[in-house]
Design a protein around this ligand. Structure first.
Ligand code: FAD
Ligand code: NAP
Length: 532
């Protein structure tokens, strides 16, 4: 069995930075990645139209000014292929591949309580003895395929947006169905519609989507951003969501109607997900949220030709922003095309799939290809696939049976030296995930250095710290509108999953302060352990 300081699971943005950071700290590191290449999310999600919804210039590593200055993004919201190219460029530049074992899935991690070390086993039968295990397995990496009756009898092609064929798919002349209208569906539908002979969009819940306003970045803009990167990043680290944008200084109802209109209009122009942060109280006060919703509805109704279709496309079951706002290019315009039909699954539920297509309660839809844009078992799904056993042989899945339990989203009691990157209990997907991963990895690296400087073998959250962190996260969530939506943040998209808001909602900057304060206080809330 080989012996290393750290095993990192995953080679997406999180795992790659972890490898670089720990290596530069003099630690021996092994990374295991089930895919044949680096990239994580951006390796797998190659569906047409896939792009980031945080601006490219922010959705990239900040830890090296050299990287920031050398790389040039071509568009405001980069395509999947450009992001993947960037990740590969970083991996080459930092010579990361030599410590990554690809096409190898970690199947278990078992703690030895006597030595406080972990035995990590892979699906190729390799075993590694590690002092630390860092799970950079991704909050959105367990794709979900609903259990549609008869799906396996369909004679045509079936694609999941999160496992898109590398060679691409040509839908020209085909009758296609897309099931799902979350961010993945909403990005891919306009492009599939341009190719397909006929496109049926099966929508269960309408989603809020704000146009990206995507465009090429000019040389002038790029030069200015690069000249001011330090300030841009400083603002991002202090912000609510990891981007350099601040909410309007007034609360929604303190602003005059004209000030509100101008503020919403400016955010609309900025594009996408940040619309939910136009005013700081928008996600707390229903009255404030209603103002955003009314503005949104007017914009969308103006795009869609058929008022009945508009009615079906406009959400009415959750406050705006309580599910991640989608970021689209020509999504609503797509429903004005004659080859596109919206099928409301709420009105006419999908009953089965057969060899030729989809059966709803009212009709049969003949199709050649089926696209599943049905999302992920988010936050916990990927970790649950790894057999993780801590103190007394207790399994992480059992410990989390009623919902994930973490302290600061970084680890949990009973599992010393097991760290999570961008896991539940952190802001994670509510923030710019590249900066978020950097923050987690930096915190973990500092903790390891502290253990070594003070001759400790391990660090483990106390049960009290975990309990009070979960209670704090729940209380903060309850004070917002987020718990009013059946979102994947709440686990609501996976049948049988415990319903719990799985993220820290208090803001990225606030969260970082809490993590740093815990470290500065000698790792408050953690037990620092010697080998028994
Ligand atoms: P991932 O990129 O998911 O990487 C995890 C890796 O771990 C994967 O490669 C997986 O194969 C590997 N892995 C998992 N389990 C095992 C195992 N047992 N053994 C070996 N390997 C394993 N976030 C934003 O902030 N902005 C965006 O614009 C944005 N856009 C997104 C678009 C899409 C289509 C999706 C799905 C997500 C998007 N996200 C976005 C969230 C995105 O997941 C994160 O931004 C980020 O890429 C996550 O990086 P990660 O390294 O934490 O995880
Ligand atoms: P998602 O938001 O969970 O959307 C899944 C869609 O599938 C929903 O419309 C859902 O309907 C539908 N669905 C699921 N099961 C169904 C069933 N049995 N019958 C009918 N419909 C069903 O997943 P996603 O679109 O992949 O996005 C997940 C997250 O990834 C996003 O929120 C975002 O954080 C990230 N992402 C970002 C981007 C980007 O713009 N950069 C792009 C893609 C993904 P219900 O709503 O009714 O459950």
């Amino acid at each position: 069995m080989s012996v290393v300081d750290v095993v990192v699971v995953g080679a997406g943005f999180g795992g790659l930075y972890a490898l670089h950071k720990f290596r530069s700290q003099g630690l021996s590191v092994r990374v295991f990645e089930s895919a044949p290449e680096v990239g994580g999310t951006w390796y797998f999600n190659r569906y047409p139209g896939a792009r980031c919804d945080v601006e490219s210039v922010d959705y990239c590593y900040s830890f090296s000014d050299e990287l920031q200055q050398e790389w040039t993004w071509t568009e405001k919201y980069a395509t999947q292929s450009e992001i993947l190219e960037y990740i590969n460029w970083v991996a080459d530049k930092l010579d990361l591949r030599r410590d990554i074992t690809f096409e190898t899935r970690v199947s278990s991690a078992v703690l030895d309580e006597q030595t406080l070390r972990w035995t990590v086993t892979t699906d190729t039968g390799e075993m590694v003895d590690a002092r630390f295990v860092v799970m950079a397995t991704g909050p959105l990496s367990a794709a979900m395929t609903p259990d549609f009756a008869g799906l396996d009898t369909f004679a045509g092609e079936v694609y999941h947006t999160a496992h898109w064929p590398h060679e691409g798919v040509d839908f020209t002349g085909k009758r296609v169905a897309v099931i799902g209208t979350g961010s993945s569906g909403i990005q891919s539908i306009p492009i599939i519609a341009e190719q397909a002979e006929r496109l049926y969009v099966f929508q269960r819940t309408p989603n809020y989507s704000v146009p990206a306003g995507n465009r090429p970045l000019t040389g002038e803009e790029t030069a200015e951003i690069k000249a001011n990167y330090a300030e841009r990043r400083r603002m991002s680290w202090r912000s609510g969501g990891g981007s350099p944008h601040v909410a309007h200084p007034k609360l929604t109802m303190e602003a005059t109607p004209e000030e509100r209109r101008v503020a919403f209009e400016e955010r609309w122009e900025l594009g996408g997900v940040l619309f939910s942060k136009t005013f700081s109280d928008q996600m707390i006060s229903l009255e404030a949220n209603e103002e955003a919703r009314k503005f949104y509805e007017n914009k969308i109704r103006a795009i869609i030709d058929d008022p009945d279709v508009a009615e079906d496309l406009i959400p009415n079951d959750h406050p705006i922003g309580t599910k991640r706002i989608c970021t689209d290019t020509n999504y609503f315009q797509t429903f004005n095309r004659t080859n596109v039909e919206l099928v409301s699954v709420r009105k006419t539920p999908i009953e089965s799939v057969d060899a030729t297509g989809i059966n709803t309660s009212e009709a049969h839809y003949d199709i050649d290809a089926l696209v599943l844009a049905t999302g992920f078992d988010a936050m916990t799904g990927t970790l649950a696939k790894i057999d993780i056993a801590g103190r007394g042989g207790e399994k992480l899945v059992d410990d989390w049976a009623d919902g994930p339990r973490t302290y600061l989203g970084l680890g949990t009691d009973g599992f010393p030296n097991l760290f999570l990157v961008s896991g539940p209990g952190a802001p994670a997907v509510l923030a710019n995930m590249v900066l978020h991963a950097e923050a987690h990895v930096n915190w973990i690296a500092d903790a390891i250095a502290y253990l070594d400087q003070n001759s400790y073998a391990a660090i483990e959250p106390t049960a009290d710290a975990v309990d009070s962190w979960i209670a704090d996260c729940a209380q903060r969530a309850e004070a917002t509108l987020f718990t009013k939506a059946n979102s994947w943040y709440m686990g609501a998209n996976v049948p049988g999953k415990p319903r719990m808001f799985m993220l820290f909602i208090g803001g990225f900057g606030v969260y970082l302060d809490i993590c740093n304060e815990a470290a500065a206080a000698g790792y408050k809330g953690f037990d620092l352990l010697k080998v028994p």
